[in-house]
Design a protein around this ligand. Structure first.
Ligand code: ZN
Length: 234
């Protein structure tokens, strides 16, 4: 049983232990299978107060106030949104209220992934644009994160913003692995292709390019550490 860090009541909660995905991630770093299909276990949600987090036993002091406020109640009770997406939005709201804007963007993007799976293109677009707005309000992004902003804009069909952001990123001397993803993004943007594509379609296999260090790129060894970090920081 888990005791909620906001309301103090207990509930039975799944424990999520991420396993490294076997397939390449999407360009926005949504993990490949089998991890991809486990989103219903990424967050716990208290059935009493609605607080949602990777571990609901932990709550930032600001989270308690955020969960008790009217906007949070409205958000978790909005049945026009799919329940699993609302769980990610609830976590995103708490993160935003406590000033963790980059993490809030991440959780909002995850709500968009839920919408993708349910065929709700309208909500996926809305939440991708919200994620971009949060990223842009937060601390400066590194090249690896900035390319995800480009991808969110492309998937949302925000063509001119996607193109301008990709152009700016291409001029900023990104690492080679990022530059290769930008080449693909620019081609997809020019074709107004808002579909899902994987990192594997942008990067040749490492065995064919031994001179390039994949270490540090989110698609390489760094990906797994980055992903696990999403669930360990709070
Ligand atoms: Zn609670």
């Amino acid at each position: 049983m888990q005791r909620c860090g906001v309301c103090g009541q207990t509930s039975r909660q799944p424990v999520f232990r991420p396993i490294p995905p076997e397939q390449a991630p999407d360009l926005d770093l949504r993990p490949g299978e089998a991890l991809r299909g486990t989103m219903d276990r990424w967050l716990q949600q208290c059935p009493h107060c609605g607080y949602a987090a990777p571990d609901i036993a932990k709550a930032h002091p600001g989270a308690v106030a955020a969960v008790r406020a009217a906007p949070f109640r409205a958000l978790i009770l909005d049945d026009s949104h799919p329940p699993l997406a609302r769980r990610f939005l609830a976590w995103a709201h708490v993160l935003e209220e406590t000033g963790a804007l980059a993490a809030s963007a991440e959780a909002t993007l995850q709500a968009a992934w839920v919408a993708d799976d349910l065929g709700r293109a309208d909500l996926a677009r809305l939440w991708r644009l919200e994620a971009v707005a949060l990223w842009r309000c937060g601390p400066p992004l590194d090249h690896e994160q900035e390319v995800r902003v480009v991808d969110a804009l492309r998937r949302a069909g925000a063509w001119s913003d996607a193109e301008a952001t990709a152009d700016q990123l291409a001029r900023s001397d990104p690492p080679e692995a990022v530059a290769e993803v930008i080449v693909l993004e620019r081609r997809l943007i020019a074709a107004q292709d808002s579909g899902r594509h994987t990192i594997a379609s942008a990067l040749p296999p490492p065995s064919r390019r031994p001179h390039v260090a994949h270490r540090g790129h989110p698609a390489g060894e760094g990906f797994w550490a980055w992903f696990k970090g999403l669930f360990g920081r709070h």
